[in-house]
Design a protein around this ligand. Structure first.
Ligand SMILES: [Zn+2]
Length: 82
């Protein structure tokens, strides 16, 4: 029996490297956190109050964007700290 088959590492056989390093994920977690905080800040206005939907189109767009950010963060495996 020979060990020849074990002489060469075959990196592709294992789970793929995460696309982002831990440091990059930390930074992106902060970026997402800041962006979401910024959008969520004053996320309602007088117009929102007068509408049956409870949110004006501007703020509805902000909420959509927050949803997009959270979805992207989840996709990248990033936990958003805010
Ligand atoms: Zn509004």
């Amino acid at each position: 029996m020979t060990a020849a088959g074990h002489l060469y590492a075959v990196p592709d056989q294992h789970a793929p490297e995460p696309p982002l390093s831990e440091v990059q994920r930390d930074v992106l977690s902060m970026v997402f956190g800041f962006a979401i905080d910024h959008l969520a800040e004053g996320s309602f206005c007088a117009d929102c109050d007068t509408l049956a939907e409870g949110v004006c189109s501007d703020h509805a767009a902000d909420q959509d964007r927050i949803g997009d950010f959270l979805a992207l963060a989840r996709e990248l495996g990033i936990e958003v700290v805010s």
